[in-house]
Write a protein that binds this ligand. Structure first.
Ligand SMILES: [Zn+2]
Length: 631
């Protein structure tokens, strides 16, 4: 394994230049992040049943007290990383408690009449269970009386089995979520799931070692936990702003905020505690309008509008504001000032991007030019630890104008390998290109090196000098990045360029396991994007599919190289296939063979067997470990 390199002089200069622009560090944020501390478990180390750590803050000990910022880390990201290091149980106000940094997100406990209302039970069960145990240790051994999911992202519901028993679920314990929660929770990662999952390994730096030259922080939190993830559907959904309900004696007033940070999200207010929960609509940084792992872009205008509405609805009353990431803000004035600047942060990016677009500027130009006004730039909580001004401007452009910048030179460009060959030729061959690129590297122009050498890597991935120079340039860009995700992308790319993965003959699975749990409708939907259009050609197939586990019937048809499915429809002339969703998923990803499924009766077919076998043979299997920085 080839090791990372040191920071260059140019990178040290870039850090020094940034340090001069940063707001003064008054330690105010560290005061907020540590306020109300009640206790924790050593190093927040949480083991699973097999004894493996699913969360362990000792791996970040190199960022602890007295550790200065290494020159391989952006000084602003280092500051955020230290704030995200503060873990344990904290009192927000008497009656509201948060466990922070037992996972990427916060879990919040509200004391009701008879037990605890849990808000956002983390990504996986083990950290959620550890947080509940810590809460019980300090506040009494009481039952969980309800769960609230603020929104449809996995770091806010995946650990629910850590706070609920089978019995609780059977008894229909209240689980409250915004309208559209379940649909959004299962749909966001299905159709493009393989690509998103692989790209997420870059974004969260999951493959990187944790040290000064590796993973530091995700910006939004330290990293993601590695325990048991599940999804327990809500028992009630909130669709109207102004809805008031009483849960275990606690009154809650809801504000529904669709199409903000998530497609289904809500803020809410606790009158008796004068406390406002801003879900993930506010956090102590600039969030993603576009998430670099890949997803549909978010609506910055609507996001800002709903923060404004929250100020109107709750701003006068709220004495404290907390959220599902980072630390709270105490005091009405402080909370409202924070809300206003968060509101204007997203609207500023939105409005200024479109202003410049209307002047004819293109995404790269807008992203380069966009800078915050002084009143927003003076706050730490507007800095790009997760989203960046640069990629968020491109997201706004994409939402309104799409990927094309209007210049037809960009309308029909050669793809990377073909373009690469031509650029290498233009440069006078590989050696001449490398010579130019090395000169640019010496001058610290790493962005140009990355662009130039990328052509050679794609033209000739076996050129080890090219891969190494590309790795060196991306690595310095990673060391300079203020955004956790940008650092993750750059450093993971450098690692993969230096240590290419051996070729595989079989597709290597990622999280294909989640296919098994998909609702039937979505499972069939996900088959459509596996259908290989070329193989399907002019084939026509009709099949009746009966899912025996959910007792649902579908007619599935193939024509024009396109799959369709129709619930509750049957074609009497077509063969009928009976199986569970899990068996279908296993047939598709290759974990179960067709003949074996017939033989052990996990699948039965009435009528001809060939059509279903043919259809399965036309479905692609995705390789999770596809290359990103090489062809
Ligand atoms: Zn989150």
């Amino acid at each position: 394994m080839e090791q990372p390199k040191d920071a260059t002089e140019a990178t040290r200069r870039a850090h020094a230049a940034l340090a001069r622009q940063l707001p003064p560090d008054t330690d105010e944020d560290m005061g907020l992040a540590t306020r109300g501390f009640m206790g924790t478990i050593p190093d927040a180390k949480i083991l699973n049943e097999a004894g493996h750590a699913v969360w362990d803050m000792s791996t970040f000990a190199f960022q602890g007290d007295g550790c200065g910022c290494p020159d391989t880390v952006n000084p602003s990201l280092w500051r955020q990383a230290k704030l995200n290091l503060v873990h344990g149980l904290f009192e927000v106000v008497p009656g509201i408690y948060q466990v922070r940094n037992f996972d990427l997100s916060n879990i919040t406990f509200i004391e009701g009449d008879t037990g605890y209302i849990v808000i956002d039970p983390l990504i996986s069960a083990e950290p959620a269970a550890a947080a509940l145990a810590l809460m019980r240790q300090h506040r009494g051994d009481k039952p969980v009386t309800a769960v609230i999911y603020t929104h449809s992202h996995v770091d806010h519901y995946g650990g629910v089995r850590g706070v609920l028993s089978d019995e609780d679920i059977k008894n229909g314990l209240r689980i409250i979520a915004p309208e559209g929660f379940l649909e959004e929770a299962v749909s966001e990662n299905v159709l493009a799931g393989n690509a998103m999952g692989r790209r997420a390994t870059y974004m969260y730096g999951a493959l990187l070692p944790r040290n000064a030259k590796g993973h530091i922080d995700a910006g939004l939190g330290k990293t993601v936990s590695m325990g048991q993830v599940s999804l327990v559907p809500p028992t009630e959904s909130i669709s109207q702003t102004g809805t008031k309900i009483v849960v275990d004696g606690v009154e809650i007033v809801f504000q529904v905020t669709p199409d903000t940070e998530a497609p289904a999200e809500m803020n809410f207010y606790f009158p008796q505690f004068k406390a406002l929960c801003m879900a993930e609509n506010c956090s102590c940084h600039l969030h993603n309008i576009y998430t670099p792992r890949g997803a549909q872009v978010r609506d910055a205008k609507s996001w800002s509008w709903y923060i404004d509405e929250a100020i109107e609805l709750f701003g006068k009353e709220a004495d404290v504001l907390f959220a599902s990431h980072h630390w709270p803000r105490w005091g009405s004035e402080t909370a409202v000032a924070f809300l206003k600047k968060q509101r204007d942060l997203y609207k500023y990016v939105h409005d200024q991007t479109l202003r410049m677009a209307n002047h004819g500027l293109t995404p790269l130009e807008i992203a380069e030019e966009l800078a915050l006004p002084p009143t927003l730039a003076s706050e730490w909580y507007t800095r790009g630890y997760y989203g960046t001004l640069n990629h968020n401007a491109k997201a706004v452009y994409q939402r309104y104008l799409g990927w094309f910048d209007g210049n037809p030179a960009n309308l029909h460009k050669h793809p990377p390998v073909e373009a690469g060959k031509r650029y290498v030729d233009l440069a006078g061959g590989a050696d001449a290109l490398l010579k130019k690129a090395r000169a640019a590297y010496e001058h610290g122009d790493y962005r140009w090196v990355a662009e130039l050498v990328n052509h050679l890597v794609f033209a000739d991935p076996d050129n080890a000098d090219a891969r190494h120079l590309q790795a060196d340039a991306l690595e310095q860009l990673g060391y300079q990045a203020e955004s956790g995700p940008w650092r993750g992308f750059y450093l993971t790319a450098a690692m993969e360029l230096r240590n290419p993965r051996p070729p595989a003959t079989e597709p290597r699975q990622g999280a294909a396991g989640q296919m098994r749990a998909l609702p039937a409708e979505q499972l069939l939907d996900s088959l459509s994007v596996r259908l290989n259009g070329e193989k399907a050609g002019a084939h026509e197939i009709a099949l009746n599919i009966h899912f025996t586990d959910t007792n649902e019937h579908f007619l599935v048809t193939l024509e024009n190289a396109v799959l369709h499915h129709y619930a509750k429809r049957k074609d009497p002339r077509a063969p009928s296939v009976s199986l569970t969703r899990a068996v279908l998923a296993e047939l598709v990803i290759g974990e179960r063979a067709f003949a074996a499924a017939l033989a052990d009766k996990s699948m039965t077919i009435e009528g001809a067997r060939e059509p279903f076998a043919d259809l399965l043979s036309m479905l692609d299997r995705f390789d999770f470990w596809f290359e990103i920085v090489m062809p």
